[in-house]
Design a binder for this molecule. Structure first.
Ligand code: SF4
Length: 265
């Protein structure tokens, strides 16, 4: 399925060039996160299933869940407002990232998966998904909303409106991770055991892994224009705000941009 998306996204385009034309035709307005939050509290049109609204269960969920939930719903609504051409252009803007994720997945499947399978999946330990809170970027969600059908997003919204159990990631479902394309933080995480057993001492694998880490930076490290930052800016221009826009609000990431001369304040 992921291959299909890479193929569908092989048109050349950048996030900026894609979004700029429709800024004037998509009249979504917002005056800040509070405004957007109130927006998503409104029920959807009659065709939207109940899972996409925030019900009274909202009061039992964590702040993280609430922030994620608002972001998923808001981005999906933006997607649903777009015409087909705009969606295709959005897809084109992430095509290089999808190619990178395909390489990353191949590396994992070829060299690491068997270790994880025996150590964590078969034993149902899933230790790397054992935390109830993970770092998710706005772009992780924006990309997944684009790649996912509503039937794939609805279980995520259900999970986010469920009171957390506290001993595993809220996105960990009975059949594994609910994301179509896992957040970049998860995709690039290697536990100590994996590093010790599979990477250490294997120069070829170490170099490949280093190479993948460098590639990741071209999408996520904001000392230059990067996809994750540009996606946030594009949605901000549409009046969408989210606390998951770390490239706009995280002191650390802002410092990187400042040091690179990309911002002044
Ligand atoms: S988002 Fe998915 S891969 Fe990441 S910790 Fe949660 S269940 Fe695991």
């Amino acid at each position: 399925m992921r291959d299909e998306f890479v193929e569908r996204g092989n048109l050349v385009g950048s996030v900026i060039s894609f979004f700029s034309p429709f800024l004037s035709v998509l009249p979504i307005k917002g005056n800040g996160y509070r405004t957007i939050s109130m927006e998503v509290l409104r029920p959807w049109g009659c065709s939207r299933p109940a899972a996409t609204t925030i019900s009274k269960k909202d009061t039992m969920i964590s702040d993280d869940q609430r922030e994620h939930l608002h972001t998923w719903i808001t981005v999906r609504r933006v997607r649903d407002t777009m015409g087909r051409t705009r969606v295709q252009e959005w897809m084109a803007s992430i095509s290089e990232y999808l190619t990178f994720r395909k390489s990353l997945q191949s590396f994992f499947d070829e060299h690491l998966k068997s270790y994880c399978q025996g150590k964590c999946f078969d034993t149902r330990r899933s230790a790397c998904c054992g935390k109830d809170s993970i770092i998710v970027h706005f772009a992780d969600i924006a990309i997944n909303v684009l790649l996912s059908a509503d039937e794939e997003i609805d279980p995520i919204l259900e999970a986010l409106t469920t009171e957390p159990l506290g001993f595993s990631c809220v996105y960990l479902g009975p059949k594994g991770c609910l994301w179509k394309l896992t957040p970049i933080v998860c995709a690039m995480f290697l536990c100590d055991g994996l590093i010790d057993v599979r990477l250490k001492g294997n120069r070829e694998l170490e170099e490949t892994w280093h190479c993948l880490q460098e590639q990741r930076k071209t999408f996520t490290w904001p000392d230059r224009s990067v996809l994750f930052d540009e996606l946030e800016k594009s949605f901000l221009a549409l009046g969408v705000q989210s606390p998951l826009m770390h490239y706009q609000y995280s002191p650390g990431l802002l410092r990187v941009k400042r040091n690179a001369g990309l911002i002044k304040t």
